[in-house]
Design a binder for this molecule. Structure first.
Ligand code: NAD
Length: 344
């Protein structure tokens, strides 16, 4: 049995990894702590470390992991914006789970939109206190509105299919449009101008960082809804808050937040939250925040565990790493690795 270590463990992670680990010949030591420069030393003696979206995998953490003997970082996520790939290149292979359930994320995006628009969360609280008033609960028909989808990858495409069922008119922006998809592509500027609702489904890169900012918000229709189930830093949160206060933005559905790392996935209910932007945003009646939970379905957790363990097995079996990603892949999108070789 090969031993691997697992950072930022939650009970639900353990449940799914424990069910499958024997099939892959792996023994797992679970750490509740997040991976970061100060905790990376815990990986001493392990060749493989498993990590997640809010772990801080910067150069310092990578150097410590490498010194500890780690040679494979197995991300149990699709996104990888929290990794310094340049620092890892040539030292630690990085694998991820490119797809585990696009349905989970796309369905959550629509759930957020429906909840906020139709004020289901408020109605739920009211009727529990036998308050049957409808004042303040009015929404709008989705049918016939224009949905702007940013990023037409796996999740964006499932989201588009869901939107079609609601009779939404769909326009999309993606620098790599899908051919013969029937999707109506427009520029990002046009999308901002024409959409009643904008849903973000692109990765966080240096090109997409703060793509929703004061300037792009200025282009949008008054009352536009923004849905973000991708990565928090796609949105400049201060600009978003400002636009909500000005009533330019009609609603914001946020499963992710740019400063979520220290907060999300933890019970902070007894803590004085120091992040004034988040606190103010949460206090708004037209903002709905969930704690990076869009992926959180049984099917997704099963698939995450299965693919992560398969990635690890490939590593120990000296095979090509199907889901490897490296500095070259992320920088140029064109890593010279071929079918028979790893990235380095
Ligand atoms: P994907 O790689 O299949 O698709 C991403 C799409 O974005 C691609 O079509 C790509 O061409 C496009 N893109 C790249 N740069 C762009 C830009 N500048 N503007 C617009 N589009 C651009 O990825 P996916 O599986 O659909 O996931 C999308 C994102 O969802 C991930 O990057 C991740 O950040 C996020 N995600 C969130 C959760 C969650 O729980 N909230 C779970 C999984 C994934």
């Amino acid at each position: 049995m090969k031993k691997v270590c697992f950072f930022d463990t939650k009970p639900y992670d353990k449940l799914y990894f424990e069910q499958l680990k024997d099939q892959y010949g792996v023994e797992i030591d679970y750490f509740e702590t997040r991976l970061g420069p100060k905790t990376a030393f815990m990986a001493k003696g392990y060749e493989v470390a498993i990590a997640f979206v809010n772990d801080i995998i910067d150069k310092e953490a990578i150097d410590v992991l490498y010194e500890c003997g780690v040679r494979l970082l197995a991300m149990r996520s699709a996104g990888y914006n929290n990794i310094d790939f340049k620092a890892a290149f040539g030292k630690i292979h990085v694998v991820r789970v490119p797809a585990y359930s696009p349905y989970a994320v796309a369905e959550h995006a629509m759930a957020l939109l429906l909840t906020l628009n139709r004020k289901i969360h408020r109605a739920y609280s009211r009727t529990r206190e036998f308050n049957f008033s409808l004042n303040g609960l009015m929404g709008f028909d989705l049918h016939g509105k224009t949905m702007g989808v940013v990023g037409t990858g796996k999740i964006g495409r499932v989201f588009i299919d869901i939107c079609k069922g609601f009779g939404l008119k769909i326009i999309a922006y993606d620098p790599f449009p899908l051919e013969n998809s029937g999707i109506q592509y427009v520029s990002f500027e046009e999308l901002c101008k024409a959409s009643d609702i904008i849903s973000l489904h692109c990765p966080l890169t240096k090109d997409t960082f703060h793509m929703i900012n004061q300037k792009t918000i200025d282009l949008m229709k008054k009352g536009v809804y923004i849905v973000n189930t991708s990565r928090g830093a796609l949105i400049n949160s201060e600009d978003l808050l400002h636009a909500i206060k000005e009533e330019k933005i009609g609603g914001a559905c946020l499963d992710v937040y740019e400063e979520e790392t220290e907060l999300f996935y933890e019970d902070m209910s007894y803590t004085i939250i120091q992040d004034d932007v988040l606190s103010r945003m949460i206090s708004m009646p037209n903002v709905l925040v969930t704690s990076h939970q869009a992926f959180f379905t049984k099917e997704a957790l099963h698939n995450i565990a299965e693919t992560t363990l398969m990635n690890i097995k490939e590593y120990f079996d000296q095979q090509v790493l199907t889901n490897e990603i490296c500095y070259q892949c992320t920088k140029t999108g064109d890593c010279p690795r071929d079918k028979n070789n790893r990235c380095f």
